[in-house]
Ligand binder design. Sequence first.
Ligand code: NAD
Length: 265
Amino acid sequence: MLDTGLSGLNALVTGGASGIGQSIVVGLASQGVVVRVIDIRSAADSLAMVREVGGTASAVLVDVRSEEQLETAVEDAITELGAIDIFVNVAAVYAAQAVTRLESSVWADLLQVNVTACVVACKKVAAHMIRRGRGSVLIIGSTVVTAPSYAGAAYRASKTALRSYMETLAVELAPFGIRVNMLTPGPFPTGLVRDLPAEQRTAAAREVPLGQREGDVSELRAAALFLLSDKLASYITGSELFIDGGLHLRPLYIGPVEEVRELNQ
Ligand SMILES: NC(=O)c1ccc[n+]([C@@H]2O[C@H](COP(=O)([O-])OP(=O)(O)OC[C@H]3O[C@@H](n4cnc5c(N)ncnc54)[C@H](O)[C@@H]3O)[C@@H](O)[C@H]2O)c1
């Protein structure tokens, strides 16, 4: 077994109550990392899974749209865990609205969860990591950054903004020995995708060069641990790692023209 060197560190993970975030939480805990989950919904399932692997984790209910709640959660994690060595930003929402129907309140809400919350948390986390002269940050992106999809303007804009922000964060924190990277999933059968119509999921999965299938969250875990490990990824910062079966190399499934006419008529 490869030694990640993560044992004994402390991690703060947003959106760790389900799906991809949950998989990363369990992966970190199985490496001996003490994990604090912040999520708008109960992380009881994640905590039970962490106990099953003999790990340690705790959770607090936080709506990351509230800057006050989020800042308090970061401060509490620093105080109660003693330090934050690892920060993983996973929390995100999706909203399907065609361009002629896009409501500014939906746009603003999505950007608040997906982008602004990450910026607010990183501001506090980065200051803390700079004081300690160490740390590793992982931000979850999406393959949608490579091409537009019908009714996906807000989500794609949010992930594109996150990628750009990640790069700036990486260069600003590099002089302090802090690494910042992005993990970019393709289709996974979790929260943001699970409830899409079956035909849409099948069509999207068919486009994946490697296996024409959705990924399994376990296939993401090792990549997250690798990027977070100072031991394994000591010379990697500002990088984006696609975990998408090669989907980013081909045009993403958009759908028939009739569909988008209907969406915007
Ligand atoms: N599932 C996919 O195919 C896929 C593809 C590309 C990228 N992603 C990205 O992976 C990440 C996880 O997605 P997932 O599919 O596991 O979805 P998910 O819904 O299971 O996970 C998102 C988590 O964020 C939390 N969250 C949402 N709004 C919040 C808020 N206001 N405050 C606090 N927590 C909040 C949710 O409760 C949930 O636990 C997201 O960043 C998503 O954009 C997913």
